[in-house]
Design a protein around this ligand. Structure first.
Ligand code: F6R
Length: 241
C-alpha cells in the first residue's frame, strides 16, 4: 500500500485525475471501476477538465460502478446512476452502452448480482478501481462483518452508513436500507486500486485500514491483500496515522 499525503482535496483530485488520464493513454480501451460519494467529486471535475483539453479520451473506455441503492429509481436524484451521469458520464465522451451501474430491480436480486459479476469478467476485469472509504471502514457497501464477501451481493446498510448518507436525503428515513455492491473479492480482482480519503472525519477509518491486518471488521483493510494499491490522503484524513 503506497500512501501519499496531499495538502487538500483539490490537489488530490488533480493527482487522481492524472493517474486516470495516464491509464487512458496506456490502455485506451481500459475498464474503470468507479465510485460515487463526495470523495471522488474533485477527481471527476479534474478528469472532465482534462477531457476538455483533449487529454482524456473515454471513447473506448468501459466502466463498472461499485454499488447502487436497492429500491430507488435510476431517475431519483440520489441514485448512483444519476450521480454518475451528472458528475462524469454526461461530461465526457464515454459511450452509454459502455457504462454499467448495478441495477438491482429484478424479482431475483441474487441473479442481478451474478449477472453484474459475469459482466465484469466478460469485460476482462477492472484495470483501475477508485474507492472512497466509509467512516466505519467500509469500501463500496461492504460493511464491517465477520467474513469478507467475495462477490457482488445485496447488503443491509448499517446504522452508521444510513446516518452518514442522510445528508443527501430529506431525512434518515428516506435513505434506502439495502444496496447492491461489488464484494471485497470483486474489488481485489481489479489490477490496480486507488483509495482516496479526505477530511478528519475519515482519520479513524484510515488509521484502522493502514495500521491493522486484513480483518473484515474493517473492510478496507482487505486492501493489504492486494499488491498494487495507492492511497491518497489529505492532511485531515492522515491526522492519526
Ligand atoms: C460509493 C461507495 C462508498 C463511499 C463511502 C465514502 O460508491 O462505494 O463506499 O466511497 O461511503 O463516501 P463519501 O465519499 O461520500 O465520504
Amino acid at each position: 500500500m503506497q500512501i501519499h499525503i496531499f495538502k487538500d482535496a483539490a490537489q488530490i483530485g488533480e493527482a487522481a485525475a492524472q493517474l486516470f488520464a495516464a491509464k487512458l493513454l496506456q490502455k485506451p480501451d481500459c475498464v474503470l471501476g468507479l465510485a460515487t460519494g463526495s470523495t471522488p467529486l474533485p477527481t471527476y471535475d479534474a478528469l472532465v477538465a482534462l477531457h476538455r483539453r483533449g487529454l482524456a479520451d473515454f471513447s473506448r473506455v468501459r466502466s463498472f460502478n461499485l454499488d447502487e441503492y436497492v429500491g430507488i429509481d435510476r431517475a431519483h436524484e440520489q441514485s448512483y446512476y444519476r450521480f454518475m451521469y451528472d458528475n462524469l458520464f454526461s461530461l465526457v465522451n464515454i459511450k452509454p452502452e459502455n457504462v454499467q451501474v448495478p441495477h438491482p430491480v429484478s424479482e431475483d436480486l441474487g441473479a442481478d448480482c451474478d449477472a453484474y459479476e459475469a459482466a465484469i469478467d466478460a469485460a476482462g476485469g477492472i484495470d483501475l478501481q477508485i474507492l472512497g472509504i466509509g467512516n466505519n471502514g467500509h469500501i463500496a457497501f461492504n460493511e464491517p462483518c465477520e467474513v469478507f464477501p467475495l462477490r457482488t451481493h445485496i447488503v443491509h446498510l448499517t446504522e452508521s452508513t444510513i446516518l452518514a448518507n442522510q445528508r443527501f436525503f430529506n431525512s434518515a428515513d428516506e435513505v434506502p436500507r439495502q444496496a447492491m455492491t461489488m464484494g471485497i473479492g470483486t474489488i481485489l480482482r481489479a489490477r490496480e486500486i486507488l483509495l482516496i480519503a479526505t477530511g478528519a472525519g475519515k482519520a479513524a477509518a484510515v488509521a484502522a485500514m493502514v495500521n491493522g491486518n486484513a480483518d473484515p471488521r474493517c473492510p478496507a483493510s482487505a486492501l493489504h491483500l492486494h499488491s498494487h494499491v495507492t492511497v491518497f490522503l489529505d492532511a485531515g484524513a492522515a491526522l492519526i496515522l
